[in-house]
Design a protein around this ligand. Sequence first.
Ligand code: COA
Length: 259
Amino acid sequence: MQDNKIVQCEVADGMMIITINRPEKLNALNEDVLNELNEAIILLNKEDSIKGAIITGAGEKAFVAGADIAGFLKAPNESGKLLAQKGQAIFLSIEQSTKPIIAAINGYALGGGCELAMSCHFRTASENAKFGQPEINLGIIPGYGGTQRLPKIIGKGRAMEMIMTGKTIDSAEAFSIGLINHVCKQEELMSYTTSILKTIIEKSTIAIAQIIKSINASEGDEVVGYETEAICFGEAFKTDDMKEGVTAFLEKRKPVFKK
Ligand code: COA
C-alpha cells in the first residue's frame, strides 16, 4: 500500500486490488487518478507474480462518480477531444490487459465510473450500486468509451435510452440487462469478487490471456474474430499447460498449471 497515492494497489496471493481512494469526491477521476490507474495497469501486466486484478472504489458510497467535473469550466474549449482520448486509451489498456481485471462496484458508477467498469473484463456489484451515463445532464456525452461499450453490453436501444435520458439504474436492473454479472451484499463484495478471480488465476495464465484477446476480437469484424480465435487457440495448444491439463484429465487428477 503506497500512502501518497490516490490509486492504492495491494497485492496478495497473486491478485492486485486496485482501490481508487478519493471518497470525499466520490472517487471522481481527475488527472492524477487517471495517471495512477494507468501505472497500476502497466505494473499488473509487467509483474509475472501478479495474475489478475480487481478495481474498486474506497468508501461505501461510490465506485467512481465520473470524470472530475470540477475542472471542466477552467479547461480550454478545445481540450475536450484530448481529454476523451486520454481516458479512452487508459480504459482500452484495461480492456486489452493480458491479465483478468474485474470491476467490484461498491456504489455509484456514473459517467466515467460506469465507463471504467465497462472496460473491465466483467463486473460484480453491491446491492446499493447505481449505474448511469448522466453526461447529458451536463450538456455533454460520454467520452471514455461509453457510447461504444454500453451498446455492446446491454444492446443499442437500451444504451441509447440510458445515454439520452441520463437516468440512473440500480443493481437489480443492471443485473437484469447484463451490465453486471453478480449482485452481493456490500460487506461480501470483495470476498465474493476475490473468490471469482482466484478461480480464474488458478487456470493457465497463457490460456486466460488468449481468452481475453479472442473475446475482445468478437467485437470487430467477424472474419478477423474467428481468425483471432484460431491463432489464440494455437497459442494455447502448444503450451506445457495444455499438456498438463490434458494429462491431468486422463490421469483423473487436478491440473497444476505453471505459475
Ligand atoms: N466530479 C467532481 N466532484 C464530484 C463528482 C464528480 N463527478 N461527483 C461527486 N463529486 C463531489 C461533490 O462535488 C461533493 O464535493 P463537495 O463535498 O466538496 O461539495 C462530493 O463529491 C460529494 O458529492 P455530493 O453531490 O454532495 O453527494 P450526493 O450524495 O448528494 O450525490 C451523486 C451523489 C453521485 C448523485 C452526485 O455527486 C452526482 O450527481 N455526481 C456527478 C455525477 C456525474 O454527473 N458524473 C458524470 C461526470 S462527466
